[in-house]
Design a protein around this ligand. Structure first.
Ligand code: NAD
Length: 289
């Protein structure tokens, strides 16, 4: 069994506690036992789980795993604290707000011999799985992914990082990418931002990623993918899966803890995560010029 602490009690942290209290029967998630949570606020017990300080959590031998569910800008320091203490870490995406820090954290995890896992529930949705099936075998000519959503709370960082879920979709669908140009329009008084990144696939096909956020904007992914044989203009709708997304991620993470994921798969995931963080950083740098 692995004892776990959850850091940050927002939406994600609350769901992590819920899922560990009722793991999918017969899955490796049953090996996780939530023992405590950490919050900057002084809170009552949450779903029967009590609060501890970070100092207590890192020194407790019955806690071997940390879930980092804070806002994005605090991920890096929290991940580092727990890796340094020799604990396995599951961090909600994005792991860090820059590429170099992520690389350091992966090296630290390796040095300590622990698992470092970045949650990517957007890859686990039925919509995405269906889209991936649709795209498979087709040759892309050009494409656009335009995301819209409500304004983000403070602490979620630059859109290329807070929206890395969209970038990860594109990389999973079309392979490694490069960035050719990026711009950012902002109206901070109205909490509005629009980032536009021009990307290229490894065979020089253009892809555009737009991440647009503002109060009242509907949460939506608009796509236009032109292939040699057809054009896809919407994400194929698919019924929800029987197992929740965070639970699927928990099962994937606990399978890693149990040694059930092959070194090849672990390596491929790490390469994809670092590739996306590097692209996000390139986009941010181009927007600042
Ligand atoms: P959230 O805004 O609910 O919580 C973020 C942080 O704010 C947490 O540390 C929480 O402790 C703190 N917080 C929440 N309510 C507070 C309050 N009333 N007073 C003071 N602090 C408070 O955000 P979230 O959706 O849980 O996101 C956390 C992380 O999970 C982010 O990295 C996000 O990218 C990731 N994530 C979330 C989802 C989701 O569906 N919510 C999905 C994928 C990834």
């Amino acid at each position: 069994m692995f004892g776990a602490v959850v850091v940050g009690i927002g939406t994600a942290g609350w769901v992590r506690i819920r899922d560990m209290l009722a793991p999918l029967p017969g899955s490796p998630a049953e090996k996780l036992n939530v023992r405590a949570f950490i919050s900057r606020r002084k809170l009552d017990s949450q779903q029967g789980v009590s609060q501890v300080t970070a100092e207590e959590a890192v020194s407790r031998e019955d806690i071997q795993v940390a879930f980092i569910c804070t806002e994005n800008v605090l991920h890096e320091e929290n991940v580092r604290t727990f890796l340094q203490a020799g604990k396995h870490v599951c961090v909600e995406y994005p792991m860090t707000m820059n590429y170099k820090a992520a690389l350091e954290l992966w090296n630290l995890a390796q040095e300590k011999g622990v698992i470092l896992h970045e949650e990517h529930i957007e890859l686990l949705t039925e919509d995405f799985k269906e889209l991936k099936r649709e795209v498979e075998g087709k040759i892309l000519q050009e494409g656009t992914l335009h995301f819209t959503g409500g304004a983000l709370k403070p602490g979620f960082g630059f859109p290329a990082f807070s929206g890395i879920a969209r970038l990860t979709w594109l990389v999973e669908l079309f392979g490694e990418l490069s960035v050719t140009a990026a711009t950012m329009e902002e109206d901070s008084g109205n909490n509005y931002s629009k980032m536009t990144a021009k990307l290229l696939t490894s065979d020089d096909r253009p892809l555009m990623w737009i991440e647009e956020r503002g109060p009242g904007l509907p949460r939506a992914k608009n796509i236009n993918f032109q292939f040699d044989s057809c054009t896809l203009t919407e994400v194929p709708p698919a019924p929800r899966g029987a197992v929740g997304l965070f639970m699927q991620d928990l099962i994937h993470f606990s399978a890693k803890l149990a040694g059930q994921v092959s070194p090849g798969d672990l390596h491929r995931e790490k390469i994809r995560i670092l590739h996306c963080l590097r692209l996000a950083e390139n986009i941010q740098q181009l927007c600042k010029r």
